[in-house]
Design a protein around this ligand. Structure first.
Ligand SMILES: O=C(O)CCC(=O)C(=O)O
Ligand SMILES: [Fe+2]
Length: 256
């Protein structure tokens, strides 16, 4: 069932006036730690989303090349193209999300005051690609070693396009994704269809998956973050149901 949450707008980098909402920040952080994710609709201004989406469309119209090996795509069933606009381009519009005070306060409420900002990553999935198989972004053995995904969506995720985000609430609590077939239905899994301007906070140990992209392309942008003590390459090894894969060496480090 698509998730629907209490719409919560907040002050954006565009300067739309808004009262500070410490109660909402506290409740959102509590909900995140209970379920391993939290959704806030209407988190970002539609005009900002349009500007970011135009940059993303322009970039990928000129750069449709996969950086992953075929072995990875075959074994992980993951087909998505990354772009790091804040690192690799001169475009300053992406900084607006980083300078949003509500997002910073919310991140501090979840991670503690000294969290690391790991620079944003756009993920682009062309029509006809498989999405992403069930995975955890990093190994769950050490509960405190995790990444925080702060995902924003510059276009609605709709069934006609595909790319719905599936996740299993509560699985961020030190549970390894069980080995097996990549595409299964888990008891308790939920389906999110984030809209333009929605923020999805997702714990890196929470089991999650992206459904195939069937019509048009799909875009999400992850303003990556992690607790202060955690190394920047925390997501180098990803846990899939059939393997653990290391991105830096482009190799399968464990068959499962
Ligand atoms: O694009 C999404 O909705 C989630 C992608 C994902 O699995 C991730 O960022 O780790
Ligand atoms: Fe992921």
């Amino acid at each position: 069932m698509p998730h629907s949450s209490f719409p919560l707008s907040f002050e954006t980098a565009l300067g739309i006036p808004h009262p500070n909402r410490p109660m909402h920040i506290e409740n959102a952080a509590k909900s995140f730690w209970k379920d391993g994710y939290h959704v806030i609709e209407n988190a970002f201004d539609p005009e900002l989303m349009d500007r970011l989406h135009a940059h993303i469309s322009h970039h990928f119209s000129e750069n449709l090349v996969s950086v992953q090996t075929d072995e990875f795509t075959r074994a992980s069933k993951c087909e998505t193209l990354p772009w790091f606009p804040q690192r690799d381009s001169q475009i300053s519009d992406f900084d607006a999300v980083d300078s949003d005070t509500f997002l910073s306060k919310l991140t501090s409420a979840i991670l503690g005051a000294d969290w690391n900002n790991l620079c944003s990553m756009v993920m682009f999935s062309p029509k006809g690609t498989q999405g992403q198989a069930w995975h955890q972004d990093c190994p769950p053995e050490t509960p405190d070693r995790f990444n925080l995904k702060r995902l924003i969506y510059t276009r609605d995720i709709v069934p006609e396009v595909g790319g719905e985000l599936l996740l299993v609430p509560g699985t961020h609590r030190n549970q390894e994704l069980p080995a097996g077939e990549p595409d299964v239905t888990f008891p308790g899994q939920i389906e999110l269809r984030p809209k333009k301007g929605t923020l999805v906070l997702l714990h890196g140990h929470t089991w999650h998956r992206v459904l195939p992209v069937v019509g048009g392309h799909r875009v999400s942008t992850n303003y990556r973050a992690a607790p202060a003590t955690i190394e920047a390459d925390v997501t180098d090894i990803c846990v899939y149901r059939n393997m653990r894969y290391q991105f830096s060496t482009q190799s399968v480090v464990q068959q499962r």
